[in-house]
Ligand binder design. Structure first.
Ligand SMILES: Cc1cc2nc3c(=O)[nH]c(=O)nc-3n(C[C@H](O)[C@H](O)[C@H](O)COP(=O)(O)OP(=O)(O)OC[C@H]3O[C@@H](n4cnc5c(N)ncnc54)[C@H](O)[C@@H]3O)c2cc1C
Length: 527
């Protein structure tokens, strides 16, 4: 008789693997099914050219919850983070901004643009850390349901209200501003120099189809301030061996608890009998049964694809259809023969070891969004770059380097249609390299290999619908008790015994692990 499982998890992304690890640790028989030859989803290291290990999609880490790292003993399974301490922003006028762990040198760098901003900068950092701490209880537990009359829910909601509102009027208004303002407006309440506001504002547009001046982007800014590494709040880092090592560590942890993982096992549909999920059918026709099915893929793919609208209430199906995916990002991964030389700061100093941000001014960022609004990729895009091989030589051959370039905007829906990315992919790659060459002219001569990922590729290769990097935008109407659909935000779905554990559920995208862990905990009935 075919083996049956307590839970089948669709997709081998880091959230699915986290969910599997928690369930297996609790003694459940768990099977993870991943359609690709490798697990990790968007948390992946790929050696596309021999010797060069790309963090093909996600490239910096901070959001992975520390309690998950501890619970799953990830360091024992190979998880290691190298701190990323600098952010370097070159400007066309030959100046640059370098913010790093050294408070004095950061202050001096900011002071060339505004002495006042240099003084305010550490205060802003402290305020964001405090805001992040205040919302932490929200990201570390399933969202409360404000429509429920269950006294436990009302109590929970009141507790959260007290927690967030209990810090006084100033903090409450700061939270409201974060939820409603644009990143630029929010930052402009603190700072006056554009050279500081522009590179800081870009954290508010990552993964969204919004511009730095669009209301709601201040929240995405906060989302990127909520991380911590080894107890150090707001810090970011690089995963040793590439971000795929995070997924691999979680996979090893899950396997150590007894979970089974199958790759090249694409699920075609969820098996539903009498309105209840009872297993899955693979693309090769194989049928596997389980007591529960958990989807680690995005809400569109889960409900409109694997379940099918015929099994859904039409109102629910409409709400899922309305859930905004709208990919806006692309990625260019380079194999380099040496290091880029920036006109404003020649040489190979510490500025190359951190995050390199091409965000010279607010108008340029906003115009980059204008291009996307009308179905074109940006000709002067925002680029966020890291050269991981500088701090982690294991990812490139000796003397060579890998460079990871996150790019916005690259709209999924080109005006000629998304499939036209097949024709425009290389032009998009050229636009990115041209933009970098304005600041570091030697980049072209260094390129050994170029790997361009458009939103179309993110969909086709990594299974991200419309190339949305977060399984759905992190906009206010798609967060907390509304993610992915009001009334179904706590990992349960209207199909009995079908659960959700991916980034399309609370608290959203990023290499966080929370959706996966909280889905498992909710299923197990533990906190
Ligand atoms: C270009 C890019 C850059 C990013 N940069 C960062 C960053 O620097 N830092 C950060 O924190 N986050 C970043 N992110 C976001 C982050 O990587 C994602 O939010 C996160 O990895 C999603 O994890 P997940 O487990 O929820 O889903 P996914 O990683 O999307 O995993 C879903 C898995 O399901 C599989 N699958 C799909 N359909 C099926 C099927 N029918 N059958 C079986 N398997 C299926 C897919 O192949 C995939 O492996 C980035 C994302 C992208 C795309």
């Amino acid at each position: 008789m075919a083996k049956s499982y307590d839970a089948i998890i669709i997709g081998g992304g880091h959230n699915a693997l986290t969910c599997a690890a928690y369930l297996a640790k609790a003694g459940q028989r768990v099977l993870v099914l991943e359609r690709r030859h490798v697990v990790g989803g968007a948390t992946i290291t790929e050696e596309i050219y021999p010797g060069f290990k790309y963090s093909a999609c996600s490239y910096v880490v901070s959001l992975l919850r520390p309690w998950i790292v501890r619970d799953l003993e990830l360091p024992k399974h190979g998880y290691e983070v190298i701190p990323l301490e600098q952010t370097f922003t070159p400007f066309p006028d030959g100046r640059y901004l370098l913010r790093d762990a050294d408070a004095d040198s950061t202050r001096r760098s900011i002071a060339q643009f505004s002495k006042r901003d240099a003084e305010v900068y550490p205060l802003f950092g402290n305020a964001m850390s405090e805001l992040g701490r205040q919302v932490k209880p929200i990201i570390d537990q399933p969202p409360p349901d404000p429509t429920s009359l269950d006294p436990r829910e009302i109590f929970k909601l009141a507790g959260l209200g007290r927690h967030i509102g209990g810090h006084g009027e100033t903090w409450t208004s700061a939270h409201i501003k974060m939820l409603t303002m644009s990143a630029v407006d929010f930052l402009s309440e603190w700072f006056e120099s554009e050279q500081l506001i522009a590179p800081m504002a870009v954290s508010g547009i990552i993964g969204t189809f919004l511009g730095v001046r669009s209301p709601g982007t201040a929240y995405v800014l906060l989302h990127h301030y909520m991380g911590e590494i080894d107890g150090s709040f707001r810090s970011w880092g690089l995963s040793k061996g590439g971000t795929g090592q995070i997924a691999n560590a979680i996979a090893r942890s899950a396997q150590s608890f007894g979970a089974e993982i199958r790759t090249e096992a694409s699920v075609e549909r969820v098996l539903i009998e009498r309105d209840c999920a009872v297993g899955v059918v693979l693309e090769n026709g194989e049928e596997i049964r389980s007591t529960r099915v958990i989807s680690g893929v995005d809400p569109h793919r889960t409900f409109l694809g694997l379940v099918g609208t015929e099994h859904l209430d039409s109102e629910f199906a409409t709400q899922v259809t309305r859930f905004k995916m709208r990919g806006s990002s692309g990625k260019v991964n380079l194999a380099l023969d040496g290091l880029p030389d920036f006109k404003c700061l020649p040489g190979h100093g510490r500025h190359l070891y951190g995050d390199i941000t091409l965000a010279p001014d607010i108008d340029t960022l906003e115009r980059a969004y204008d291009d996307a609004k009308y179905g074109e990729f940006s000709k002067t895009p925002f680029c966020d770059m890291v050269i991981p091989s500088l701090s982690d030589p294991s990812v490139a051959p000796p003397g060579k380097h890998v460079m990871s370039i996150f790019v916005q905007y690259a709209p999924y829906k080109l005006k000629e249609g998304p499939q036209d990315w097949e024709n425009q992919r290389e032009a998009f790659g050229d636009a990115v390299i041209d933009r970098i060459a304005e600041f570091a002219p030697n980049i072209r001569d260094l390129i050994l290999h170029r790997h361009v990922l458009t939103p179309w590729d993110l969909e086709k290769t990594y299974g991200l619908t419309e190339g949305n990097i977060f399984h759905g935008e992190l906009s206010l109407e798609q967060l907390a008790f509304m993610r992915p659909v009001p009334g179904w935000a706590r990992y349960r779905t209207p199909v009995r015994d079908l659960w959700m554990c991916g980034s399309g559920t609370h608290p959203g995208g990023g290499v966080m692990g929370s959706p996966g862990a909280m889905c498992a905990k909710t299923m197990l009935g533990v906190k």
